[in-house]
Write a protein that binds this ligand. Structure first.
Ligand code: HEM
Length: 169
């Protein structure tokens, strides 16, 4: 992995004319190489999308969001395409925190369909339309399994108009 840049060679002396002649060919050189840990699940996880309970356990409610273990976005998203119900984890993302609703979904007062429609996706703004912070602390916090980055919301949040000006809340 790295940046590949096209760098122009230094002008070469042309023996016939004793003048510098611009060289027009371009040489590719690797300017910066860095090894980063792959964001992608290992190939067997990628094809099967199978996550076991003990791989990403529920986290203690006293753990701060910042200290939660990082779950690569590709692993979070892979739950969406996991068709085997037996292996599918019902993970949703709210404000870059991953919640495992696999067991909770059956008790969700808003029904299971809404949560199911966000498996492996961000549902932040939709969540905050129906739940308060204290509700999140009581019912959501115990479902946290990790934090992530770059998992997107499929829907653009419609603007809210408060007192004549646009507001998110
Ligand atoms: C961490 C995940 C979630 C938790 C812990 C959770 C928890 C709850 C709780 C406790 C209620 C009852 C609220 C009350 O009685 O005032 C509720 C209602 C509801 N939830 Fe969730 N929820 C979650 C995710 C979602 C998501 C992703 C949606 C999708 C938008 C959603 C939509 C709703 C709806 C529509 C209701 C019914 C609201 C009403 O009847 O006024 N929830 N949820």
């Amino acid at each position: 992995m790295g940046w590949l840049s096209l760098r122009r060679r230094e002008p070469a002396l042309c023996p016939s004319s004793d003048q510098y002649k611009p060289v027009t060919d371009w040489k590719a050189s690797t300017e910066h190489v860095e090894i980063i840990e792959s964001d992608y699940p290992k190939s067997d996880q990628m094809t099967r999308g199978v996550i076991t309970d003990d791989q990403y356990p529920l986290q203690d409610v006293t753990t701060s969001d910042d200290s939660l273990p990082f779950i690569p976005p590709a692993i979070v998203r892979s739950q969406r395409s996991q068709i085997s119900k037996q292996h599918r984890r019902i993970w949703i993302v709210i404000d870059n925190v991953v919640y495992d609703c696999t067991n909770f979904i059956h008790d969700h007062p808003g029904g299971d369909t809404v949560i199911r429609s966000f498996i492996g996706e961000d549902s932040s703004w939709q969540f905050w339309r129906f739940h308060s912070r204290s509700l999140m602390d009581t019912f959501g916090r115990p479902l946290r399994i990790g934090r992530t980055m770059g998992v997107e919301n499929r829907f653009k949040e419609p603007p809210r108009y408060v007192g004549g000006s646009k507001s998110r809340w």
